[in-house]
Design a protein. Structure first.
Length: 206
């Protein structure tokens, strides 16, 4: 019985370390799970459409010609690496691929306490030609805010569809993310503590 208890505690410890390694997304409603644009400040939302399918959930958002959404994330640690980006769908089958000057972009603006942009990470202007057809394209990158400037305290995260011509098509977004990645030493310390706790519990059982 003690052996099984120890195994279960070890598994719990490993699961805790794993969940800690994938830190919480700092964005509100990142996968549009609410079925709307709750949590997002939007520009020209009349150009958007909610879909009842998505990358990992039952909702995603699409938009054409010119629209965007953004959120501010405060109190970040600029020296901690973050996963930043999201997924973009190229809907060729429905004739909605972006072309003729229409493009989508995801970006993270790194700002100081005065709300001044000191650096920007961006996917660049993505068109249908840059994407795998009829599939979710992962545009997530690992970035460290301090690599883009100093005194960074905030990230303004933005997704957008815009145009430089008279083309058409729709950008479809889902599972957007701003998530800090804990350092390996931090995860090791957490794991060591959990294993120690497991040992104490087993010792008490004896």
């Amino acid at each position: 019985m003690r052996k099984y208890l120890l195994v279960n505690l070890i598994l719990l410890a490993l699961m805790s370390v794993s969940s800690y390694a994938t830190a919480a997304n700092l964005l509100t409603n990142p996968g549009f799970e609410t079925g709307d644009l709750t949590g997002w400040n939007t520009w020209q939302p009349e150009n958007t459409q909610m879909y009842d399918w998505g990358h990992n959930s039952s909702s995603c958002v699409g938009g054409w010609w010119a629209f965007s959404g953004l959120q501010h994330v405060d109190g970040i640690n600029p020296n901690t690496p973050h996963n930043v980006g999201g997924y973009l769908y190229d809907n060729v089958a429905s004739g909605e691929t972006m072309q003729g000057g229409v493009y989508a972009t995801i970006e993270a603006q790194f700002k100081n306490a005065s709300d001044i942009v000191v650096g920007t990470w961006t996917t660049g202007n993505i068109t249908g030609a840059d994407l795998i057809d009829d599939d979710w394209n992962n545009l997530t990158a690992q970035v460290t805010p301090s690599d883009y400037g100093s005194d960074i305290t905030r990230i303004t995260f933005k997704w957008e569809v815009n145009n430089t011509g008279t083309g058409g098509g729709r950008g479809i977004f889902d599972d957007l993310t701003v998530a800090p990645i804990p350092e390996p030493s931090t995860m090791l310390l957490l794991g060591t503590g959990l294993f120690g706790l497991a040992g104490l519990v087993v010792k008490k059982k004896k």
